[in-house]
Design a protein around this ligand. Structure first.
Ligand code: KE4
Length: 424
């Protein structure tokens, strides 16, 4: 079976041929390869071609593919069955590991995706404050729940407009979008909607407009403003949680939110999302409190086992130092080679995440990121793929470096980069 044949078949029976839009490679003017298997930092497609993987299932495979400890834990869990819809000790064990790593989370609730975790956290914030509005940042992605598929209205502080058909106007109107790294804009939105905003949700390091780190004082400013105004501060750490360091962005930057959303790495490659915060706030959730949220496969025992094995491996000494080192080496090499080739390029890198922007300066918000040359990125993506390096099939994503990426893989990537730059 060739990739092309797989793609033809998929488009007959799957909407758009995929189960998530970015996988279609439409953003980079190409069509997808179909994966046969993964091992360490590599993927092989159905034609046997090998790729060095910088998608890593969008951050879930932080240890790389088929990590022995994760595979052993999953096999062990499967010997007892699959799922029971009844409590298991594994759910408690993973919750203990998470609350041990994130002091701001005294209690956790597992769900099956990041989207589910975000929408539940927002419902909890609305219940706590009896307010309805949500403040978010332009270019941030928090999953596909209606209230988050809203973009800034005409003016930056006006009420949101749907960013997708099917999202009712009155739902989008409750979402206000402002610019990342713009404390003044946040303060202005809070002033205009005083006592109306239930929560401010932020990717503490943006990773869905390409990687955009917070400028010094930005997160502290959000914490101060939301505390003064009784707004629930939600850190969406679906990507950054257990990725930037064992305690996520809130540990790295020393700012604690009221609620944290997690996903990806905590499932070790299985469908898991989680949200958590202080005992009092989480105590509002059914069955202890009146706020309803439920899920058939929430806390899936096999996913819990994979997540536990992943976090155990991440606690080993030196894992994050190596992740950060590799990412730093990659950033340095990408910039030096781009400069030598006379191609304008900028890189943001935080921990094991980075994004190469084809622009003179690294962006400080989504509007600036949008001005980078995404057509050049599409050409670059296709050339790197030909060289056997699989980058995110969109210029507005982060490159995910795994613990399985060694110095050799960085050198392979830089050799491919050098070749891809010729006449780009
Ligand atoms: P899911 O519902 O896709 O599990 O998670 C939604 C989500 C929430 N918060 C953040 C910060 C996220 O990045 C995501 C999902 N990430 C994208 C990639 N940037 C998933 C890839 C896809 O949509 O296929």
């Amino acid at each position: 079976m060739t990739n092309a044949a797989c793609w033809r078949k998929a488009r007959r029976v799957l909407a758009g041929g995929v189960n998530s839009p970015v996988r279609s490679f439409s953003a980079v003017g190409s069509s997808p390869f179909f994966v046969d298997r993964g091992e360490g930092p590599y993927l092989w497609d159905v034609e046997g071609k090998r790729y060095l993987d910088y998608v890593g299932s969008w951050g879930a495979l932080i240890l790389g593919h088929r990590h022995p400890a994760v595979m052993r834990a999953v096999a062990g869990a499967l010997r007892n069955g699959t799922c029971f819809g009844t409590p298991t000790p594994q759910e408690t064990a993973l919750a203990e590991a998470i609350t041990g790593a994130f002091p701001s989370m005294e209690q956790v609730r597992f769900v099956s995706s990041g989207t589910e975790a975000v929408m539940s956290a927002i419902r909890l914030a609305r219940a706590k404050t009896s307010r309805s509005k949500v403040l978010k940042f332009e270019g941030a992605y928090h999953g596909h729940a209606d209230s988050l598929l809203a973009r800034a209205g005409s003016g930056m502080f006006t009420l949101g407009l749907p960013s997708s058909p099917g999202v009712p106007l009155h739902v989008a109107a409750d979402t206000i979008s402002v610019s990342f790294n713009g404390l003044k804009g946040v303060a202005e939105a809070v002033r205009r909607h005083r006592r109306e905003i239930a929560c401010l949700i932020v990717e503490p390091v943006m990773a869905n407009s390409g990687l955009i780190p917070p400028e010094p004082g930005f997160l502290e400013g959000l914490r101060r403003l939301t505390r003064e105004e009784g707004i629930v501060l939600i850190f969406d750490e679906v990507i950054t949680g257990f990725r930037l360091c064992y305690g996520g962005a809130q540990k790295l930057y020393g700012v604690e939110p009221d609620l944290t959303v997690l996903g990806k790495a905590i499932g070790g490659g299985f469908p898991v999302g989680a949200y958590g915060g202080g005992r009092k706030l989480m105590g509002l959730l059914s069955p202890a409190g009146p706020v309803y949220q439920a899920g058939t496969l929430s806390g899936h025992p096999v996913a819990m086992a994979a997540g536990l094995a992943t976090l155990e491996a991440l606690r080993r000494p030196g894992v994050y130092r190596r992740l950060n080192e590799r990412a730093g080496q990659l950033k340095k090499g990408l910039l030096a080679l781009s400069q030598r080739a006379g191609v304008p390029a900028a890189v943001h890198q935080t921990g094991g995440l980075l994004t190469l922007f084809f622009s003179k300066a690294a962006p400080r918000n989504a509007a600036q990121a949008k001005r980078s040359d995404s057509r050049r990125y599409a050409r670059y993506f296709r050339r790197m793929l030909k060289e056997g390096v699989y980058l995110p099939p969109s210029s507005f994503e982060a490159w995910f470096i795994s613990a399985a990426h060694g110095r050799r893989q960085i050198d392979e990537t830089l050799a491919a980069h050098r070749a891809a730059l010729r006449g780009l």
